[in-house]
Design a protein around this ligand. Structure first.
Ligand SMILES: *[C@@H]1O[C@H](CO)[C@@H](O)[C@H](O)[C@H]1NC(C)=O
Ligand SMILES: *[C@@H]1O[C@H](CO)[C@@H](O)[C@H](O)[C@H]1NC(C)=O
Ligand SMILES: *[C@@H]1O[C@H](CO)[C@@H](O)[C@H](O)[C@H]1NC(C)=O
Ligand SMILES: *[C@@H]1O[C@H](CO)[C@@H](O)[C@H](O)[C@H]1NC(C)=O
Ligand SMILES: *[C@@H]1O[C@H](CO)[C@@H](O)[C@H](O)[C@H]1NC(C)=O
Length: 535
């Protein structure tokens, strides 16, 4: 070893680290289980689902983007972007309507007049054009399997098309297009089909329940039957259940558990967008709104983690142009909670554009990772920021490491790191964070070696490290309604907050936007202490 040039040594180390990350292991032949709130592999090690949504439930009945890129290329790029999983949607009619299922891809696109897309499919995915649409769906599963991408099959809607509205007849059991018996036939067929695909690790039984028919008794009756149907056809998959009001509300589970004949396979899913709260984010003070919405989300769904169920946040995301204030503020709050609770997730969304959406050809998707023509990534800083969530912070099965904190900055998706010579505190990837501890005296210390404590010397100065937790400026409180401003009393007697400036240096500044103002955005001063037990 000693004779190897340094560079080779580093490469070797990084290769070993790379392959020892659990979620980057090949996963295609694996069954997953629910073990308390964690999704784990057969050895009991956590597998964090870092998924992206890939719709195949719209009228053309084909996963989006295949007119722009080969399916294998899309699957490979999903891995390259750091995701290990796809939530692949399907409309109920795909397995149950024989007329529709008999269409080839060519017929399906011709029927809709999508000749330009068809030409694109012919050049990018020539093997698909004469396949029946169900075979094309399976071919996408094969491409994902070949690239070691896990899949969750999501029954998104009944009638192929854009989802969802209160009045589309697809919202709840008993609606015009939502017959529970037909739904169970479809689940049975898809679950049976999935036995041929070891990478299909879960099934999301129905997307975004909604509308006037919603009621708790029908939910238990049909969701339990649906779960049993899937499990009987395919006992390998996780069974994923969604809640009321567009999958935002699972609070009814607080006092009535689901009763199933099988164990270790049950997962719940929820959706959380900026627009879930209409325009609340931009019309209120972000500290206040974040507090109120976090409490609500806690009550409606996140409590399930505490009850010992995995929670799959199967839709969230933001307009990547950065100009939607409501989305931007929501995302800062979302990132804090997503890191803290370390839930499994599926980003909305992969596609840069649609073949056809709501009657319009080639609609651009500003929440999509790909750009409009799928030639590249829409916003690489957005992806970089989200990438912190792709790796687990916590979970069973790793080496035994003492639990500690990292100091997470939701706005950037980075953590506070120490740089030496000269000593500075900067933001950088959380995986490089040294272990911080939060002492009973409210100091934030780096305890490896000679202890050092986060310290505020004075306004407008970089944050620094002190050697004693009794020095001025080393006691830190989480203030404001959001409890995300890290505040201290500096040596000069002023109350200060940590902040971050353009070059990612951690600074000591006046606390900003603590309450009431709605025009002011505090996010550069938001930090959250996140528990970490590295795998
Ligand atoms: C099946 O699909 C065809 C073609 O889209 C459609 O005309 C028909 O109404 C569908 N049948 C049912 C029962 O949904
Ligand atoms: C759970 O379901 C089983 C089988 O249907 C039934 O026998 C049992 O009474 C149910 N338990 C509860 C608490 O509802
Ligand atoms: C959350 O639930 C608790 C206890 O049930 C209740 O006191 C609180 O008001 C709820 N908060 C929200 C925002 O719904
Ligand atoms: C990417 O997102 C950032 C942050 O939201 C924004 O400032 C930037 O303008 C976006 N870039 C593009 C190309 O949309
Ligand atoms: C970043 O800004 C701080 C404060 O102005 C300064 O002390 C530091 O040298 C800067 N760092 C770099 C790398 O430019």
């Amino acid at each position: 070893m000693g004779t190897l040039p340094k560079l080779h040594f580093l490469l070797l180390i990084s290769t070993v680290l790379f392959f020892s990350m659990p979620q980057l292991k090949p996963v295609v032949a694996q069954k997953l289980y629910a073990n308390s709130r964690w999704i784990v592999d057969g050895d009991g090690r956590r597998v964090k689902l870092a998924c992206v949504n890939w719709p195949a439930h719209l009228q053309p009945l084909l996963a989006e983007g295949l007119s722009k890129l080969p399916a294998d290329t899309i699957a490979r790029k999903i891995r390259e972007m750091g995701f290990n999983c796809v939530r692949l949607t399907w409309p109920l009619e795909l397995p149950i309507n024989e007329t529709l299922a008999s269409f080839t891809v060519t017929q399906s696109f011709q029927n809709l007049g999508l000749l330009e897309s068809l030409a694109g499919i012919k050049s990018n995915n020539p093997s698909l054009i004469n396949l029946p649409v169900m075979e094309a769906y399976k071919s996408v599963l094969t491409s994902l399997r070949n690239n070691q991408v896990m899949v969750i099959l999501d029954n998104h809607i009944t009638t192929p098309g854009w989802c969802c509205s209160e009045k589309d007849g697809n919202g709840f059991f008993g609606d015009a297009y939502f017959n529970p018996q037909v739904w169970m036939q479809g689940l049975h067929k898809m679950a049976t089909m999935a036995t041929g695909f070891s990478n299909v690790i879960g099934m999301s039984l129905r997307n975004e329940l909604r509308g006037p028919r919603q009621n708790v008794d029908a939910w238990y009756k049909y969701m339990q039957q649906g779960a049993e149907t899937v499990h009987a056809a395919n006992p390998d998959v996780l069974v994923i259940l969604s809640g009321f009001n567009f999958d935002t509300d699972l609070s009814f589970l607080q006092n009535r558990p689901v009763n199933l004949s099988f164990t270790k396979k049950l997962v719940f899913e929820m959706h959380w967008y900026g627009f879930t709260e209409k325009k609340a984010w931009q019309s209120g003070n972000p500290n206040d709104v974040c507090k109120a919405v976090s409490n609500k989300v806690m009550n409606q769904s996140v409590f399930l983690l505490g009850q010992g169920y995995p929670l799959f946040v199967s839709e969230f995301g933001a307009d990547e142009r950065g100009t939607n204030v409501n989305d931007n503020r929501y995302m800062n709050c979302f990132m804090a909670m997503a890191a803290e609770f370390d839930w499994d997730f599926a980003l909305w969304t992969l596609q840069g554009s649609y073949y056809l959406r709501e009657g319009v050809v080639g609609v651009e998707e500003f929440y999509g990772l790909f750009n409009n023509d799928w030639s590249g990534i829409r916003n690489s800083s957005y992806l970089r920021r989200l990438s912190v969530l792709q790796l687990p912070f916590q979970g069973p099965g790793g080496r035994q490491t003492v639990a500690h904190k990292v100091i997470f900055h939701p706005l950037t998706g980075l953590c506070i790191l120490r740089r030496t010579r000269p000593t500075r505190l900067v933001l950088g990837p959380c995986i490089y964070s040294e272990p911080w501890s939060h002492t009973p005296q409210n100091a934030l210390g780096l305890m490896a070696g000679k202890p050092l404590y986060l310290r505020a010397v004075g306004l407008g100065r970089p944050a620094t490290l002190g050697t004693s937790p009794t020095e001025p400026g080393t006691k830190w409180e989480m203030i404001s309604a959001s409890e995300m401003h890290l505040s201290s009393m500096a040596e000069d007697g002023s109350t200060v907050c940590l902040d971050v400036i353009a070059n990612n240096t951690v600074m000591v500044e006046a606390c900003k936007c603590l309450s009431s103002e709605s025009s002011c955005d505090p996010a550069s001063q938001w930090f959250r202490l996140v528990d970490r037990t590295p795998l």
